[in-house]
Design a protein around this ligand. Structure first.
Ligand code: C5P
Length: 315
């Protein structure tokens, strides 16, 4: 038996660093959005109790530090069945080290896929608890769609919308450029900690401002998009030429609704009213992307998080 799961990328439509937490992480207020740019994972049982991972991208480490392996080991430990094993094959489409939560989404898809393969029977609440212990973005990746994310990123709230915004997303990234998330947050602390808020009541004020602010109203279709905020962009942009260049190019695209960096970068995106304008912008900028060595992807917002692919029955 083989089970297949999909792991969608995400972008941050808002990333606000509120302050430092007693556990050393940053307190965040974010809006996350899943994209139809997905990795695919297949899971099959192994008779020898080993957990093995292979990937079509040789540069991706497949050892014990990979979130897929960590998620598999955690699920097996919580199931209390140490004899369980699996062969996992990852087909990577989400750029690596990009601020698109590719690793977290692969980890979330592993929880979903192996829960089914091994018949563990864990419910969504138990999977969320495991996801949260494995990585701050992972609970969102499990759920997907358009969500407000608070705390370390693991406290998820629904927004005032019934379906994800009908927006096209043009993503760009330089293939040789990557950002380590701990570095970006460390640099943020060095440069901006004088402005950090410190009390829970101040944090809650900012959360409330986000809930009632223009971005959520725009995503609910009530007004045009305001400029997007990503506090890590201010930290990463001065350090990376490819980010400055990519942002400048995206801002020159025909009719972008907004332009920003995703997460801790270095991937960047522009939002458009529909798929046709996204593709038109990609075509209009193709020569300049190529000259700058930037890769680009046309995507769309989706409501799916990590999910199983239903097996198709043979005709
Ligand atoms: O939770 P995760 O392992 O994805 O976080 C990676 C690193 O990013 C953390 O070790 C920390 O340095 C930084 N981080 C942070 N505050 C957050 C999330 C991540 O400082 N809310």
């Amino acid at each position: 038996m083989t089970i297949t799961a999909l792991a969608p990328a995400k972008i941050n439509l808002h990333l606000e660093v509120l302050g430092l937490r007693p556990d050393g992480y940053h307190e965040l207020a974010m809006v996350m959005q899943s994209l139809d740019l997905v990795d695919s994972l297949s899971f099959s049982p192994s008779a020898d109790g080993q957990i093995t991972l292979v990937c079509d991208r040789p540069e991706l480490p497949t050892g014990a530090d990979n979130l897929i392996v960590k998620a598999a080991l955690m699920l097996r430990a919580r199931s209390g069945l140490p004899e369980l094993g699996a062969h996992i094959a990852l087909t990577k489409r989400i750029p690596i080290g990009a601020g698109l939560a590719g690793g977290s989404s692969d980890g979330a898809a592993t929880l979903v896929g192996l829960n089914a393969l091994w018949g563990c029977g864990f419910g969504m609440e138990e999977l969320h608890a495991m996801a949260s212990a494995l990585g701050s973005d992972m609970p969102f990746c499990l759920e997907g769609g358009s969500r407000l994310c608070f705390g370390r990123g693991e406290r998820i709230e629904a927004g005032p919308w019934s379906s994800p915004p009908d927006l096209g997303v043009l993503l760009v990234k330089h293939p040789e450029s990557s950002v380590a998330t701990p570095w970006a947050f460390g640099r943020c602390r060095e440069l901006r900690s004088d402005f950090y808020l410190s009390s829970e009541s101040e944090f809650e004020q900012r959360r409330q401002a986000l809930r009632q602010g223009p971005l959520l109203a725009a995503l609910a279709g009530e007004r045009p998009l305001p400029p997007l905020r990503n506090d890590l962009q201010a930290v990463v942009e001065p350090e990376l030429e490819s980010v400055r260049q990519g942002l400048a190019l995206l801002r020159r695209a025909p009719n972008p609704l907004a332009v920003a960096m995703s997460g801790s970068g270095p991937s960047l995106f522009a939002l458009f009213a529909d798929r046709a304008s996204t593709e038109a912008a990609q075509a209009a900028l193709a020569a300049e992307f190529a000259a700058a060595g930037l890769e680009s992807w046309c995507c769309h917002c989706t409501e799916s998080g990590a999910s199983l692919v239903e097996p198709t029955s043979a005709p």
